[in-house]
Design a protein around this ligand. Structure first.
Ligand code: UDP
Ligand code: MG
Length: 316
């Protein structure tokens, strides 16, 4: 049985070898009957990550090691796709290079799939989140709102640390969209996924490439990729505004003609103009976000560009 590990790497020079060594420890052939295929994807690192991958490859010529080198940084989603396209294992796992996700869970996921033929994939989720309260609250708000308005279900806290059967990978790579929000893609393709708790470790070395702003933009990508509900907001607000203005118009006519009150209200007019103007701008912005993505998608640019590949010799 072959298990492919897809390992996106961005500035992981201090982790690549440590990751490989930890895998050797976990997948030591003495104990298990698994052949591991390592697919390191160097996502345009500005440090020596690719040199490190090459070193691992050269020092372990009898192992199944592949190194894919991107021409620049295309993001983790692109790196995952490149790895998934290359993988030829019976099971394929996506795992980070920084040892936050211990390879021992790969064994657990594969064993689970071996024993439970009715499941097609296993996704790990963090049992206890080691994150700030603010971030946890924001993530929880994201899941609550996207699950409310989107047709597909997003499992709370599920990570990209997943193991798929081969045919599930085939379905994932069939989705050709440029903006890849993988949590959505994994749900969209369907299949029976088992959610397994795991303990996330501290980063082995280096720093996370995610910050609050990047996460916020990523969340917006999620909304725009998997629901068009925000586009309907304009319709609803327009309907409500029209209704309120008709009622107000009737009130004003009655006040003027029947009761004879003269209508003044400079402040009211200014507030209303600013309020309605603001809402219109926000809605235009939302439409713009969808339009911009449609524009990029229509260009059909490749999702990543590969500069070079190092690869073990395959039998076929
Ligand atoms: N990564 C990548 N391209 C990027 C950013 C990150 O391939 O542009 C990789 C990174 O090397 C790591 C994984 O994606 O293996 C997760 O990234 P990170 O550890 O920075 O995220 P966190 O664990 O903090 O969510
Ligand atoms: Mg990490």
């Amino acid at each position: 049985m072959i298990v492919s590990l897809v390992i996106p790497c961005y500035n992981e020079e201090r982790n690549t070898e440590a990751f490989y060594n930890r895998c050797q420890e976990v997948f030591s052939k003495k104990y298990i009957n698994m052949d591991i295929e390592y697919i390191f994807v160097n996502d345009g690192s500005i440090d020596k990550t690719y040199e490190k991958i090459r070193e691992v490859y050269i020092n372990n010529k009898d192992e199944k090691i592949i190194g894919i080198n991107f021409s620049r940084n295309f993001g983790k989603e692109a790196a995952m796709l490149a790895g998934l396209r290359k993988a030829c294992g019976d099971y394929v796992t996506v795992i980070d290079a920084d040892l936050q996700q211990d390879p021992k869970y790969v064994l657990e996921m594969v064993n689970f799939l071996e024993l439970n033929k009715n499941y097609d994939a296993v996704a790990c989720y963090q049992d206890v989140r080691k994150e700030s309260k603010l971030l946890v609250a924001c993530k929880s708000m994201f899941y609550a709102s996207i699950n409310k308005i989107s047709d597909i279900h997003f499992e709370r806290n599920a990570s990209d640390f997943r193991t798929f059967r081969k045919y599930v990978v085939d379905s994932i790579v069939e989705l050709k969209e440029y903006y890849r929000f993988s949590k959505g893609i994994f749900s969209w393709i369907g299949y029976n996924t088992y959610y397994m708790p795991y303990n996330v470790q501290d980063r082995n070395a280096g720093t996370s490439s995610w910050n609050f702003k990047k996460l916020f933009l990523y969340a917006i990508d999620g909304f725009i990729s998997f629901t068009t509900a925000p586009l309907k907001i304009a319709t609803y607000i327009g309907l409500i505004a029209a209704l309120v203005s008709i009622i107000y118009m009737i009130v004003v006519i009655i006040q003027k003609l029947v009761i004879g009150i003269s209508i003044s209200g400079y402040a009211t007019i200014v507030c209303l103009i600013l309020f309605i103007g603001g809402i219109q701008m926000i809605l235009l912005g939302i439409i713009g976000e969808y339009l911009a993505r449609t524009y990029i998608e229509t260009k059909q640019r490749p999702i990543y560009i590969v500069k070079d590949v190092i690869q073990y010799e395959k039998d076929n």
